[in-house]
Design a binder for this molecule. Structure first.
Ligand code: FAD
Length: 566
């Protein structure tokens, strides 16, 4: 089965330690039990029980220390990070968050040439420490160019004092190291430095959110910074910020997958056993459709994110295709997660509000993921840069197989300059469609060709390029093509059932049609663009036998398949 089932963890790992981490993490949550898990969610105590488990079992030490920097079992391995993120999301976004912001906080450290700080981080991980990524500020949002965290030379001339505030910084209450972004007063150069949350000049102001997670506001007042606290300066500090987000944003998709999977188990187990008017609720055609579509969308999310992991792990300075697929996991997978939750919630209605259902927290938490580490708009604007080369200037690359080996992902901490996105080339997406003889895949391929024709014959003009709404509509169609490509590649690798694959492409065809309608309706769309949009609006193929087989073979068996320990 492709979805996570905590009672049957069957993902293959080359080493026992990786399997042990997943198993023990599941055991921790199952032993905690659903009653306490949900009570903590609503009462919002700091999750010290989870962090104590992490310390005792050296979980973050094994998972978050690159090979060679710590114990022999430590490595940075995206293949196992995926499942770990999925498990944490499955039990609660707050647990995922403390890990996620540790990942972000560690990014600038592992990318740094400061050996002493790397050593300190490695020891702190062994001691059960967590980390923080101090980038955002209250007044500047996504505009990190305008940072007001300023380092001024100190009186002695042997260092600096930092002054400024940071806002929305996860783990800022308890982090062993807070990787903090700012600038030097003289020369306007950017800097990343290590701050100590226990230092008297580090003032914790508040938790900005009402949640178990601590999303801090903190202030540095004449905080002393010495040369040995500096992680990066100048262009390297900027690159470290962006390259860290490149690594971290991928995990948001997995939180979404974990959340939806747990919610799906609860939803189907409720709805399939609820009898109204003498029949199961799932016998009502619209409810069954919600489950079949929700399931198909969730499987697609997972297949896509898994395939993106292959490209992340295989990345090098000659192969930077992951820079398209990563933001897609962040943006596309998380928005698909919202769609899945909408479908499930419509199916179970009032049940989704109950305080003893994981679902009620899932319904809230799923909404945050598309908005953090760059909104959907920011990520669409980012991926649009890749569109010309993706469609019109493909390159040959060696075939990338499933990357499930137990090795360290060295390149992620050595990504180099964050520039030159427009020069990155991709393998020809059309190869993924070859040999797939399924009605909805054919229709999707025709829609894709109509989009390509539009880009060729009537590309966005200069004013349209500045119009974010126009770019969004086009960017969403582009994102669907990339999504389809990686899905098809992975459907082969995972030998996905044809009926399920065609069911997935049924909603993909509808999604292209919807976005084509958006593009069609843009105030500035011209005649040729409108004509291409008309060609993109297509009716999917509906095969009742295929649909029923997906229900009976894939979806209905999830009824009662997993129920969390009370
Ligand atoms: C729960 C939570 C946890 C967080 N954890 C951390 C953390 O640990 N560390 C950290 O540093 N930050 C963290 N953040 C900050 C988060 O990443 C911010 O959302 C980010 O700084 C952007 O700021 P903003 O959300 O205020 O949006 P703004 O930057 O104010 O954006 C406003 C609007 O402008 C649009 N926009 C902005 N730039 C562009 C662009 N280039 N192209 C197109 N549209 C654009 C956006 O889409 C948005 O609609 C966290 C936030 C929250 C809520």
């Amino acid at each position: 089965m492709i979805l996570l089932d905590p009672n049957h963890l069957d993902r293959s790992y080359p080493d026992e330690r990786s399997s042990e981490i997943m198993r023990k993490t599941v055991e921790f949550f199952e032993a905690k039990g659903k009653t306490k898990l949900l009570a903590d969610y609503y009462d919002r105590p700091w999750y010290s029980d989870f962090l104590e488990f992490v310390r005792k079992e050296r979980i973050f030490a094994s998972m978050c220390t690159p090979a060679g920097e710590g114990a022999p079992d430590a490595r940075w391995d995206t293949w196992r990070n995926c499942e770990f993120a999925e498990i944490l999301g499955f039990y609660g976004l707050q647990y995922w968050y403390t890990w996620q912001v540790s990942v972000l906080g560690l990014g600038p450290i592992w990318m740094s040439e400061n050996d002493a700080l790397r050593d300190r981080a490695s020891k702190a991980l062994e001691d059960g420490g967590i980390f923080a990524f101090g980038l955002s500020e209250k007044t500047h949002g996504a505009d990190i160019y305008s940072t007001d965290m300023v380092l001024t030379p100190n009186d002695k001339g042997d260092g600096w004092v930092a002054n400024g505030r940071k806002y929305y910084i996860g783990n800022g209450n308890d982090a062993a190291i807070v990787s903090t972004f700012g600038r030097f007063e003289d020369g306007d150069e950017y800097v990343f430095f290590a701050a100590d949350a226990k230092h008297p000049n580090y003032h914790l102001v508040q938790n900005v959110v009402a949640s178990q997670s601590y999303v801090s506001e903190f202030e540095l007042r004449d905080y002393p910074v010495r040369e040995e606290d500096i992680l990066h300066r100048g262009r390297k500090a900027w690159d470290a910020a962006l390259n860290t987000v490149n690594v971290g944003k991928y995990n948001l998709g997995w939180a979404s997958i974990g959340i939806c999977t747990h919610a799906l188990y609860e939803a189907i187990t409720h709805a399939n056993n609820r009898v109204l008017y003498g029949m199961r609720v799932t016998e009502m055609s619209h409810v069954r459709r919600m489950f079949v579509e929700g399931y198909a969308r969730l499987v697609a999310m997972k297949l896509f994110a898994l395939r993106a992991s292959d490209y992340m792990r295989a990345a090098s300075s000659d192969d930077r295709r992951y820079l398209l697929y990563n933001p897609m996991v962040k943006m596309k997978t998380t928005t698909q997660g919202e769609t899945v939750m909408n479908l499930l919630w419509d199916a179970i209605a009032a049940k989704g509000f109950e305080k003893d259902m994981y679902f009620s927290q899932a319904a809230v938490d799923i909404r945050g993921l598309p908005k953090l580490e760059g909104t959907v708009h920011v990520n669409i604007a980012l991926i649009s840069k890749f569109m010309p080369n993706y469609f019109f200037n493909p390159a040959e690359y060696p075939e990338i197989e499933r990357q499930d080996h137990g090795r360290n992902d060295d390149f992620l901490f050595n990504q180099g300059s964050a520039r030159g996105l427009g020069q990155i080339q991709f393998h020809d997406y059309r190869a993924a469609f070859e040999g797939v003889d399924l009605p909805n895949v054919h229709i999707f391929a025709e829609q894709t060709e109509a989009f390509r024709r539009m880009l060729e014959t009537a590309p966005p003009g200069p004013d349209q390029m500045k119009d974010v709404d126009f770019l969004m509509a086009g960017g969403e169609i582009f994102a669907l093509v990339v999504y389809a490509q990686l899905l098809l590649e992975n459907a082969k690798i995972y030998e996905l059932d044809d009926a399920l694959l065609d069911q997935i492409f049924e909603f993909m065809v509808r999604d292209v049609s919807e976005h084509a309608l958006q593009l069609f309706g843009q105030p500035s769309s011209n005649e040729t663009q409108i004509e291409c949009c008309r060609e993109m609006m297509r009716k999917p193929d509906h095969d009742p036998d295929r649909y029923e087989s997906v229900w009976t073979r894939h979806v209905e068996p999830l009824d009662g398949a997993y129920v969390m320990n009370a």
